[in-house]
Design a protein around this ligand. Structure first.
Ligand code: GLC
Length: 682
């Protein structure tokens, strides 16, 4: 059962696709008793209160720091560019206002709201979840269900099917800020190919552009771009350029000139252009909320599509702002006043804050406007939707421009609803072991909110990675739908051939390509049925008290459980098995060794080079022979691994990975197997 309660007059977010699923429209909670109504109290203009029992777990909120169980911290929906995030951080790049309280009673909450919200999950009072929106103009949805899974499915159904990428986008991608020329990219590809390291994509960061101008290519570094794209395609490599939200303000630059002439950029209160600095210096920001502007911006992608590009990543779309001209002047003036002064504590720290507070400043977000469905709306009121609407611009354009084909699209900033238009990567992380753990924990939370095509920068973006971290991260990364190694300028190069133990990296990466029939099939089934690809153990074993406390193991699809090693120098780890499972160890020579482990806590040895994973009883795992790119992988001839007696059946999803007829029943075949076997899928 889904209930909807309307407060005030909300600004449409377009997050909900099927409002009719909310069978009951309530005026408020007054007088309501029983079920979830015994746990929730609403004090208008103040907060929504949910009482938490000691055993209740709180799941969801998508892209946030800390655990799978979110209890014990404050999380804000306030999209923020934060390349230095850690445990203390309260908001990241996306806003996903959906959570589920699991315990004696299971219920879900979704705040359909574009503004800032604080979710105080037992921080102020351990046994209380407090939800505080900035103003009371929103729709509140309450979900009642027998299980967490059912509530998540209802939420997903209500908000619409998630984005589905092309099959090649399940291959491995190599990225770096930046590869500065076509020759450098050729080298990257050559090194992978000559070392037998599978590869499907190379990412082009901001330096492929002419002076950071979107929809241009630096002709000197990347001459005859279209021909270069074809040359790469002949080697089965897709080039994936970045697109930034800010448009360089430069006379003569056609995108700027045209957008300006048509009035498509965000404006200040007096109607003049809002200008702020990003990579190219002064930039303007397309008004993605304005339908015509959104269509116009989307059409710009055609410049690259026409040159054979079939994948993009949208960035800096919170939007990230280095500084606005007005703020910079104020800061300079203030700094000037410090000159020659004897700076005490307050002045000194105040001075530092002034400079540090230049970027992504709230006052800047309050100083420009959107034209949204005929209303002038101040940016901060819809801030959390800005990146989502940029991704929407791209996705709607792809459907117009290339209706037959899937285009890869993922974004940094997002909000609920954007899951229909693209995937997301998990932003600027660091080469820290804690961020490997964060990557693992964030995946199921994002899946709950509809973001299935996701992954983090493997090896870590900022800071210098280490060989062991890179390898352990790859051991988890081979299970994430988006599998990309990306690192920041100035950090240690982390293409995997840079490391000594190349055989180990090769072994792990090649195994990803063996897993592809399973990973792709599970992704597609989950996407089409509004289910999760990565699940916390608690969702599948709700009666198991221990399972709900596991924060570093996940179920991947219906057959597998993974337990990544994420401690430096560990040569194994404790694993919790909610039931008897078959454990596999990928040995350094590429062979799989298996053994049955009984339910309970088990210590499992796993040397740095060894991948471990678990097959659930009564389930099957279809494997391919592998390949150096997705196109080389034979999805028809399979080795099927099984655990259990008697016949085991597996619903296998296969398609061309390119067209959009996802629901064609011919894509499903049922594999019937008895014991491990080789087989050809019908
Ligand atoms: C942002 C992105 C990062 C990219 C960099 C340069 O920090 O999050 O992935 O490499 O900008 O474009």
């Amino acid at each position: 059962m889904i209930y909807r309660i309307r407060f005030g007059a909300m600004i449409e977010t377009d997050a909900v696709m099927r409002p009719e699923m909310a069978a009951k429209l309530l005026q408020g909670l007054d007088g309501k008793k029983g079920g979830l109504f015994d746990c929730i109290q609403i004090r208008k203009e103040e907060a929504i209160y949910c009482r938490l029992d000691r055993k209740d777990a709180v799941y969801g909120l998508g892209e946030q720091v800390r655990g799978i169980n979110k209890r014990g911290w404050i999380y804000n929906s306030d999209n923020s560019d934060n390349p230095h995030h850690h445990e203390d951080t309260t908001s990241l790049y996306g806003s996903h206002n959906f959570l589920v309280i699991a315990g004696e009673k299971n219920y879900g909450i979704f705040l359909d709201y574009a503004g800032k919200v604080a979710f105080d999950v037992g921080y102020t009072e351990q046994d209380m979840l407090l939800i505080r929106p900035e103003d009371w103009n929103f729709d509140l949805y309450l979900f009642e269900g027998d299980s967490v899974k059912e509530i998540v499915r209802d939420f997903r159904r209500m908000t619409g099917r998630c984005y589905i990428p092309p099959k090649w986008a399940f291959g491995y991608g190599q990225s770096r800020w930046s590869y500065y020329s076509a020759d450098e990219v050729r080298q990257i590809v050559k090194k992978h190919r000559e070392n037998n390291l599978p590869l499907d994509a190379v990412y082009l960061d901001i330096d492929y552009m002419d002076n950071y101008k979107d929809f241009t290519v630096n002709g000197e570094a990347f001459p005859e771009f279209a021909e270069f794209v074809r040359e790469m395609k002949r080697q089965h490599i897709h080039l994936v350029p970045i697109i930034d939200a800010g448009i360089k303000k430069e006379d003569g630059y056609s995108v700027y000139e045209e957008g300006k002439e048509k009035g498509y950029f965000c404006k200040k209160e007096d109607g003049s252009e809002f200008v702020a600095a990003v990579w190219p210096g002064h930039a303007v920001f397309p008004d993605f909320f304005h339908e015509e502007a959104r269509e116009w911006f989307g059409n710009q992608y055609d410049y690259l599509l026409k040159q054979g590009i079939d994948g993009f990543w949208n960035d800096m779309n919170e939007p990230a702002i280095f500084y606005s001209e007005e703020r910079l002047l104020q800061v300079f003036e203030k700094l000037e006043s410090f000159k020659g002064k004897n700076l005490g504590m307050d002045d000194y720290f105040g001075m530092l804050d002034l400079v540090n507070g230049l970027s992504n400043n709230r006052e800047d977000y309050e100083s420009f406007y959107h034209d949204y469905r005929g209303r002038k709306i101040r940016h901060d009121k819809v801030h959390n939707l800005f990146g989502a609407f940029m991704t929407r611009a791209a996705s709607e354009a792809f459907e117009r421009l290339q209706p037959e084909k899937r285009i890869l699209m993922f974004s940094r900033s997002s909000a609920t609803g954007a899951h229909r238009y693209g995937g997301i990567w998990q932003g600027d992380n660091k080469s820290w072991w804690s961020h490997l753990r964060l990557n693992i924990r964030m995946c199921p939370s994002l899946n709950m909110c509809g973001f299935l095509y996701t992954g983090a920068d493997l090896g870590g973006f900022g800071s210098n990675t280490t060989e062991d971290l890179m390898l352990r991260w790859m051991e988890f990364g081979i299970f994430t739908p988006l599998m990309r190694n990306h690192s920041a300028a100035g950090t240690r190069c982390q293409e995997i051939y840079q490391f000594k133990n190349l055989d180990a990296f090769r072994n792990i990466l090649q195994f990803r390509y063996r897993l592809l029939p399973y990973l792709y099939s599970e992704f597609m089934k989950a996407a089409l049925a509004d289910e999760m690809y990565f699940q916390p153990l608690a969702f599948e074993y709700p009666e198991d008290d221990m399972a709900s406390q596991v924060e570093d193991q996940l179920l991947v699809g219906e057959s597998l459980m993974i337990a990544p090693v994420c401690e430096q120098n560990a040569r194994g780890r404790y694993v919790y098995l909610p039931e008897e499972m078959k454990m596999y160890r990928l040995k350094q020579n590429g062979e799989l060794e298996s053994g049955i482990l009984s339910a309970g806590h088990q210590y499992v040895a796993a040397e740095l080079e060894e991948l471990i994973f678990f097959l659930r009883k009564g389930h099957a795992l279809p494997l391919a022979a592998g390949g150096n790119c997705v196109e080389e992988v034979d999805f028809d001839h399979l080795t099927v691994l099984t655990f259990g007696d008697g016949e085991i059946s597996y619903r296998y999803y296969r398609d061309d990975g390119e067209s959009r007829d996802y629901d064609n029943p011919d894509h499903i075949s049922v594999l019937h197997v008895k014991g491990d076997c080789e087989m050809t899928a019908e």
